[in-house]
Design a protein around this ligand. Structure first.
Ligand SMILES: *[C@@H]1O[C@H](CO)[C@@H](O)[C@H](O)[C@H]1NC(C)=O
Ligand SMILES: [Cu+2]
Length: 169
């Protein structure tokens, strides 16, 4: 009896997961668009026209080894300071995952390119609004009710996990 219920709700959960609309694909931001990562381009204006979300990717495209991509903190960004431990990419098509909320600072590590404004500062926003709190289940009044409550709780957790997994795609 309880196992039939479990099967039924599991089937419902699967159906719900299938029916959930897939999140729009994470955005790949081609830095500088057709200009790529280059001198004589205003990356501040480019960034201001866009929204960067957790899960998106920055793609820096340039002719290696003419440029590189260095990531530093805000103070070093302001000073064009390529610190010894700064992360640096140099493939010519560098993909940077925006995997967390907050500010990120990049500049070109070649010559004086940073001083010539080859630098990009962005703010990465959370992927979605915080999930609403589920209302607490009514207190179980009988042993059967307790089982039901536990099943409902497990299903809710499974649905939440499935939804989270789908959002992470
Ligand atoms: C640049 O970074 C170094 C650490 O690598 C630090 O000692 C120095 O003060 C920084 N310079 C500026 C101008 O921020
Ligand atoms: Cu450069």
């Amino acid at each position: 009896m309880a196992s039939k219920q479990v099967l039924a709700v599991a089937a419902a959960a699967v159906a719900l997961a299938v029916l959930l609309p897939a999140r729009a694909a994470a955005t790949e931001h081609m830095v500088g668009d057709s200009n790529g990562w280059a001198l004589e381009f205003d990356y501040a204006t480019w960034a201001a026209a866009r929204q960067f979300m957790v899960g998106d990717t920055l793609v820096f495209k340039y002719k290696s080894p003419d440029h590189t991509v260095v990531e530093v903190g805000g103070a070093d960004f302001a000073a064009c300071n390529k610190t010894a431990n700064a992360k640096e990419w140099s493939s010519g098509e560098d993909r940077v995952a925006l995997d967390k909320e907050g500010r990120r600072w990049f500049f070109c590590g070649v010559g004086n390119h940073c001083l010539r404004n080859m630098k990009l500062k962005i703010a990465v926003l959370a992927a979605g609004a915080p999930a609403p709190e589920a209302p607490p289940p009514p207190p179980p009044s009988s042993p059967a009710g307790k089982v039901q409550a536990r099943v409902a709780h497990a299903v809710a957790a499974a649905v939440t996990a499935a939804a989270a997994a789908m959002l992470a795609l």
